[in-house]
Design a protein around this ligand. Structure first.
Ligand SMILES: CCCCCCCCCCC[C@H](O)CC(=O)SCCNC(=O)CCNC(=O)[C@H](O)C(C)(C)COP(=O)(O)OP(=O)(O)OC[C@H]1O[C@@H](n2cnc3c(N)ncnc32)[C@H](O)[C@@H]1OP(=O)(O)O
Length: 725
């Protein structure tokens, strides 16, 4: 491949008169502009050659195509790539040159056909696939809409309702389902894919198989009135499920236009909407998240050293509580044999019971068979001592947040585990150097911070100290991948990255209510912003015991910027500990539905009298925008500290940590991306003003002050961070 071009196609004409065009753009044969323009040239040549009767399109190395090259959107957004004329690719090339050609085309699909890949195949006159291939239009999750005719051809091939389901959920279907839906014409083994596709193409030429243009099909479309009703319902659902996003509704407009005014007008609408969505802020955020998520496994100085992950054959977990049992579940689900250690029979039984319950819930939901349940459970063994730890490759300690207990455990582990064994702690706040103080194994001590419930939540915070070896990090990154987690590698400090960002968020909320803001309005504003729930509802869910334990660590380590509120301790004294006790900031009914509690005022007033703060009339009447700024700018401030200290190597890692660890809305691109979309100057000036009025909790850190005073982006690399990690 020419080093200046991004991907290509090659065309080979066989003696049978079939031109096979192969998409080549590793690793997923994405459709870059180079690939698309090459494809156009190949088609023009194939159509003009007398020795070509039909065309087969396929992808190199077992993958048809992962869709349009997503980096192309970034180039258009940044203005580094000139946009082609609206509709040039979808109408001029894919529809008028390919689908309307005098020679038929057949798509030979192996592995995957996603987004533009599936759209290209739908413009062909038949599709042959291998078993298990994934077929889908996942564009909405990137903030764009299916271009290349996807909004028009999919409903015509599989029906409107199924097309809406596939497009709105972004979930792919397997080839077998695609076959029963009419999306795929035949499913054949990989070895027969090309021969079948060639024969099929020639059969179309000979009229032994139908010559079908998907765009002209109408048999799967419902009558107009019914179609309008279906689309109206879809719009209602979309408004509810994605209230802050425009592009899903714009996509529905393109679908409806095609059904009401015909596919040609639909294609034009799709192209027009497709070019508009590229510049939406939500689209920029989602595309940033796509690449940032994949970038977390690239750790400078670690993953660029040619180290190969060692094989982890057996893992031990200490502590069968909520976290330990969740981690054990995640591991056995990915076929790791696990030993679960507890201090007595009763706790051990309870821990194993939790793992069992986690798996049984899958069986109940139909996502796991009974046989698979038995097989998975057989990977778990219980233990009350360390004897069985002699051949484990990794231990994950998941006991309560008590430093001396953890220190004792790590000293014991050093005695019983083999020399190569990785010694990981699931602590969420405690400094790992303290945990390993009584060992000589600092190079193999690492943090493996899971989020509850550990078998469900996607983030794994991998914490390294200055002594943790690169090999250990590479090993843990590999385990993370195998158990389907997104890892973020961070440096060692109290709270690491996620909890350090979380803390000012809840603290800001406590500060605001003590000064007169309504907690329920804060929760409502934060939910509208896109968080799964507000800070008070979250405290109830997590439980006040955990909230107080975390706060204690922060007060000890960062006293200068901690707002000490007594609201939670006062409620705790009254045996209100959150959702588990049915009383916290909210009251909970039998179905755990939350409702505001008029008694809450009493605790707030008492806390206010202890802290000595007064009700501030300005804070009583905060707008939603001001609530968001006052709760999230302190988070940005802390994220800046974490970045400047080198705890996170890339700002994008903090974006992913905020999205996956805190529930920050992905379409806002993550905490640092969002901050830069607002501008460092503004954030700095607001925090600076609040710190003068309300104290050091809001004081901008030196990094934010420096960048904010110049209006420089907060996510630009930090030199110092690179050298530290
Ligand atoms: C006037 C207006 C002009 C406009 C002109 C432009 C017109 C545009 C029309 C758009 C037409 C089309 O409808 C739009 C699309 O097709 S958008 C893309 C749709 N496809 C997807 O969303 C798929 C995204 N990818 C994935 O889901 C997965 O990557 C996967 C393909 C299932 C593979 O998963 P896995 O094996 O786990 O591997 P990774 O996710 O780690 O990916 C490996 C590397 O490949 C890169 N990648 C993947 N897909 C793409 C892609 N589509 N484009 C670019 N790069 C892609 C990924 O980043 C990884 O790279 P690194 O190894 O470097 O990290």
């Amino acid at each position: 491949m020419d080093s200046r071009t991004k991907g290509k196609t090659v065309m080979e004409v066989g003696g049978d008169g079939v031109a096979v065009i192969t998409l080549i753009n590793p690793p997923v044969n994405s459709l870059s502009f180079d690939v698309l323009y090459n494809l156009k040239s190949n088609y023009e040549e194939a159509l003009s050659r007398n020795d070509v009767k039909a065309i087969v399109i396929t992808g190199a190395k077992g993958k048809f195509s992962g869709g349009f090259d997503i980096s192309g959107f970034g180039e258009i957004q940044k203005g580094t790539r000139k946009e082609p004329k609206v509709g040039y690719i979808s109408i001029d090339i894919i529809t008028d040159l390919l689908e309307a050609a005098r020679k038929p085309s057949v798509a030979a699909i192996d592995g995957l056909a996603l987004g533009g890949g599936l759209e290209l195949s739908m413009a062909c006159h038949a599709r042959i696939s291998t078993p298990g291939a994934q077929l889908g239009l996942p564009e909405l999750q990137l903030g764009v809409i299916p271009g290349f005719g996807g909004t028009q051809r999919l409903p015509r091939l599989v029906g409107l309702t199924k097309a809406l389901e596939m497009i709105l959920t972004s979930k792919p279907v397997r080839a077998e389902e695609g076959h029963s839906l009419g999306l795929i014409d035949a499913v054949v083994p990989s070895a027969e894919l090309l021969t079948t596709a060639r024969r099929w193409a020639l059969d179309i030429v000979e009229r032994r198989k139908p010559w079908i243009s998907s765009l002209l099909k109408t048999d799967k479309l419902p009558p107009l009135g019914e179609a309008r009703e279906i689309l109206k319902f879809a719009r209602g659902q979309t408004r509810k499920q994605a209230p802050n996003m425009k592009h899903p509704l714009m996509c529905l407009d393109a679908l409806e236009t095609g059904i009401v005014s015909g596919p040609r007008v639909g294609l034009e609408k799709e192209a027009e909407v497709g070019s508009q969505v590229i510049s939406l802020d939500t689209t920029k955020g989602l595309i940033h998240v796509f690449f940032s998520q994949r970038g977390t496994v690239k750790v400078p100085g670690v993953t660029d050293r040619g180290l190969m992950p060692r094989k982890i054959k057996k893992v031990a977990i200490i502590g069968g509580g909520l976290m330990g049992s969740g981690i054990a579940t995640a591991l056995i689900l990915s076929s790791y044999p696990v030993i679960l250690k507890e201090v007595n029979e009763k706790f051990l039984e309870a821990g194993i019971g939790r793992v069992k319950a986690n798996l049984q819930s899958r069986v109940r939901k139909g996502s796991m068979s009974k046989e698979k349940f038995e097989k998975t459970m057989s990977l778990l063994k219980g233990s009350l001592d360390y004897e069985s730890f002699r051949d484990v490759d990794m231990v994950i300690e998941a006991v309560i947040e008590n430093i001396s207990l953890k220190q004792q455990i790590f000293a014991d582990l050093e005695k019983y585990c083999p020399q190569h064994c990785i010694l990981a702690s699931n602590t969420s706040t405690i400094d790992l150097n303290k945990i390993g103080e009584r060992t000589k194994s600092q190079d193999r001590i690492v943090g493996a911070h899971f989020f509850s419930p550990a078998h469900v939540m996607p983030l794994l915070e991998i914490v390294r100290t200055n002594h943790t070896s690169a090999q250990v990090i590479v090993d843990l990154l590999d385990v993370g991948k195998k158990i389907k987690k997104t890892p973020v590698v961070v440096g060692n400090c109290t709270g690491f990255a996620v909890n350090r960002m979380f803390f000012p968020y809840t603290q800001a909320a406590m500060f605001l209510v003590e000064r007169g803001a309504d907690p329920y309005l804060i929760d409502s504003a934060v939910s509208k912003f896109g968080m799964p729930m507000g800070p008070f509802r979250l405290c109830d869910l997590v439980g006040f015991g955990v909230a107080i334990a975390t706060a204690t660590q922060f007060i000890e380590n960062f006293p200068e910027r901690t707002y000490k509120s007594m609201i939670i301790p006062l409620m705790q004294e009254d045996k209100r500990a959150g959702e588990a006790t049915r009383k916290g900031f909210y009251l909970y009914d039998d179905k755990r539905k939350a409702k505001p509690d008029p008694e809450l005022k009493k605790y707030i007033e008492k806390a206010r009298s202890i802290s000595g703060g007064n009700v501030d009339p300005k804070l009583v009447k905060l707008s939603e925008k001001e609530i968001i700024e006052m709760t999230f700018f302190p988070v940005v401030n802390e994220a800046c500290r974490v970045f400047a200290e080198g705890i996170a190597v890339k700002a994008a890692d903090l974006d992913i940590a905020a999205i996956m660890g805190m529930g920050f809305p992905p379409y806002r691109g993550g905490i640092m991306f969002w901050a830069d979309s607002i501008g460092s100057k503004y954030i700095y000036s607001r925090l600076d003003e609040w710190s003068k009025t309300y104290g050091d909790f809001f004081k901008p850190c030196a990094f934010l002050a420096e960048r904010g005073s110049k209006g420089a982006p907060l996510s630009a690399p930090v030199e110092q961070a690179r050298s530290r990690l």
